[in-house]
Design a binder for this molecule. Structure first.
Ligand code: MN3
Length: 230
């Protein structure tokens, strides 16, 4: 039987799991922390399988966080920065730290966003975001076609991105490895991970099938929040 204390405890745990980690503040004085997934490993089934989510979050993302903290050990000022600033400004670091911070800082930032960019019931773009998508790509299907083309043409590991555009409201870009558009001064709204670790267990070499399925779990409310914030 559940006591009142048990109920309080589970309510608190639920709230903590739902709370989106802010990328605009530092994780803490000791460095960067692996954020909790905002849903269960199996929440995105059948589009993204539970085993992939578990390995992707608990092993791949954790490794980026651990290696970032290792690279910046002894640089308390950098460990205390918001991750989005670290990735934006990594070229100001000593040369020997730039590559590990570019790769692992980018990995931490990209995945922290990526988990929140997905949800069980993704919904559809609404309001100002829907208007911006139509203005830039004609229709939502027009956006999906262009975004998928970027994701499929990224040779090897990397990401496809929806960013705030220059001229048009929105634009699509792609990056290799864990490079982030924020380093180029762009505002990120949505990204899809096309490293094989993101899909190989379920989709093997069929990246197109993965990207097509992934559209079903895009968290458009979160994308709207990023769009409104910029
Ligand atoms: Mn990944």
């Amino acid at each position: 039987m559940l006591t009142r204390r048990d109920l309080l405890r589970s309510a608190t745990a639920g709230a903590a799991a739902l709370a989106a980690p802010s990328l605009l503040r530092a994780d803490g004085p000791k460095g960067f922390e692996l954020p909790k997934l905002p849903y269960a490993f199996d929440a995105l089934e059948p589009y993204i399988d539970a085993k992939t989510m578990e390995i992707h979050h608990d092993r791949h993302h954790k490794a980026y966080v651990d290696n970032l903290n290792k690279a910046l050990a002894g640089h308390a000022d950098w460990l205390a920065k918001p991750i989005v600033e670290v990735v934006r400004d990594y070229k100001k670091l000593p040369p020997e730290l730039q590559t590990p911070v570019r790769n692992n800082g980018g990995g931490h930032l990209n995945h922290t966003w990526f988990w929140q960019m997905m949800a069980k019931s993704g919904g559809a773009p609404k309001g100002e975001l829907a208007k911006a998508i139509d203005a830039s790509f004609g229709t939502l299907d027009g956006f999906k076609k262009e975004f998928a083309a970027a994701a499929l043409s990224q040779f090897g590991s990397g990401w496809a991105w929806l960013v705030k555009g220059k001229g048009k409201p929105l634009a699509i870009t792609k990056s290799a490895n864990q490079d982030s558009p924020v380093t180029e001064g762009m505002a990120v709204l949505l990204g899809v991970d096309v490293w094989e670790h993101a899909y190989y267990l379920k989709y093997q070499n069929k990246r197109a099938d993965y990207v097509n399925a992934w559209f079903s779990v895009v968290n458009w409310d979160f994308v709207s929040g990023l769009f409104a914030a910029k």
